[in-house]
Ligand binder design. Structure first.
Ligand SMILES: Cc1cc2nc3c(=O)[nH]c(=O)nc-3n(C[C@H](O)[C@H](O)[C@H](O)COP(=O)(O)OP(=O)(O)OC[C@H]3O[C@@H](n4cnc5c(N)ncnc54)[C@H](O)[C@@H]3O)c2cc1C
Length: 400
């Protein structure tokens, strides 16, 4: 007789919601009951609100994943901002310098390189797509404890109820409660940088381009928003980030205009502000019997290339595939050998991206003149290296 599996997804960020949507819309949805629990309130997206502070660059390949669960139409119909080009340059050079890197959608035969989307809009799209599935959603319900039974986990919730799960998917973010409660250790590499985030109105049009200037304290990313403003992610020293947070609008505008080398002319502050301390973190393992980590619960990386959420969403896709294939083959989806297939597919890929981002950040933040010269030569060589350049861009687009 076919078994019915209880799957509990902990965390209603983009990764948890995507995992639930893929499972509930997948080929084995009849064989499982999916419940999603989140500590916070159900995310709301009033379309006439201001553009939210937190936005993410979503690669073209990741947008296709949203489309596969019927969430992209809602997202695209609202206020996503497609970007067609990416321009990267070093603080030692001008934006127009030969060693600057420029990528264009046309060059890679794609309609756009990606989209800048509010995180809460991604959640909203997924919640709408989950609306016509059997997934049970419990917001405002932190989990209080988790303990192993013979072949399940028991989750005690804050409202004094409990859930027994054949498979727990921990999507509860970088400080994952589940990960530490089950004793999975992490490796950490502090960046000694803080990301300062705000929106600004540029004097010149953003040209649907994602701009990135590598400063010695860390990279400054300038992302185009749908209403002509830009969202800035400025990874810098904690002291400068504090100063930016405390500065008046005029002073902050000047600070970021200078940091951007005036690439879009004068930048005027036009939005809320926030800071996020940065640290690379990788779980030593992604799976235990009856449990898998996905998204930031498994890995946190530097935001410099806008890959964190994209990696988590790829985890969700891989895990959902592995679970469905296992059920199809008559296997228990919580068995360790089944879950190891997911771990094998994702852990190495995520580690490569994590270390690449850490290395890139280090390469650009060094003061050494020699390294500076090598960096400039390397960027020029990269510009001329057709296949390597193409491969790197395909990975970033999520279409490799
Ligand atoms: C400044 C900055 C800029 C970034 N820019 C980009 C970008 O451009 N592109 C990109 O791809 N990525 C970007 N990222 C990374 C991206 O934001 C994260 O990778 C992504 O949001 C992680 O999603 P998640 O669902 O895994 O975790 P989270 O978004 O952290 O969600 C975790 C969820 O778990 C819930 N939770 C926590 N504890 C419990 C508990 N005990 N019980 C129940 N629920 C719980 C929380 O309420 C939350 O809803 C950026 C990150 C930063 C800091």
């Amino acid at each position: 007789m076919r078994r019915h599996y209880e799957i509990v997804v902990v965390g209603g960020g983009v990764t948890g919601l995507m995992t639930a949507a893929l499972l509930a819309r997948g080929p084995q949805s009849d064989a499982m009951q999916v419940t999603l629990v989140d500590a916070g309130p159900r995310p709301a997206f009033p379309a006439d609100d201001e553009i939210a502070l937190r936005v993410s660059a979503i690669a073209t390949g990741t947008a296709e994943l949203f489309d596969s669960v019927g969430a992209w139409d809602t997202i695209a119909a609202t206020r996503t901002s497609a970007y067609d080009a990416m321009h990267v340059w070093d603080a030692n050079d001008t934006p127009e310098s030969q060693s600057g890197l420029h990528f264009d959608a046309a060059e890679f035969a794609v309609p756009q390189l990606g989209f800048i989307v509010e995180n809460v809009l991604l959640q909203h799209g997924l919640l709408r797509s989950l609306g016509d599935t059997s997934v049970e959603m419990r917001f405002d319900t932190p989990i209080r404890s988790i303990r192993k039974l013979a072949q399940q986990f028991r989750l005690e919730l804050d409202d004094s109820t409990s859930l027994d799960a054949d498979l727990v998917v921990a999507a509860d973010g970088a400080r994952s409660f589940v990960r530490s409660a089950v004793g999975i250790e992490t490796k950490e590499w502090p960046y000694e940088q803080t990301a300062f985030v705000t929106h600004l109105r540029p004097e010149r049009p953003h040209q649907a381009t994602a701009w990135q200037r590598f400063l010695r304290e860390g990279p400054l990313g300038i992302l185009p928003l749908a209403d002509g403003r830009v969202s800035v992610v400025w990874s810098t020293t904690p002291a400068i980030a504090e100063q930016a947070l405390a500065a008046g609008d005029e002073q902050l505008g000047r600070m970021i205009t200078d940091a951007s080398d005036h690439v879009l002319g004068k930048l005027e502050v036009a939005g809320p502000r926030g800071t996020f301390p940065l640290c690379a973190r990788h779980a030593m393992r992604y799976v235990l019997p009856n449990l898998a980590l996905v998204g930031d619960a498994a890995h946190a990386i530097h935001p410099l290339a806008g890959q964190g959420a994209n990696l988590g969403l790829q985890d969700a896709a891989q895990l959902a595939d592995v679970v469905s294939a296992a059920i199809d083959d008559g296997l228990h989806p919580g068995d360790k050998p089944v879950l190891r297939r997911y771990e094998r597919a994702r852990k190495g890929a995520n580690a490569t991206m994590l270390h690449f981002m850490t290395g890139l950040n280090r390469l650009f933040t060094t003061d050494s003149v020699l390294i500076g010269e090598l960096r400039t030569a390397g960027m020029r060589a990269f510009n001329r290296s057709g296949p390597i350049r193409e491969r790197a861009v395909k990975v970033a687009l999520g279409v490799s």
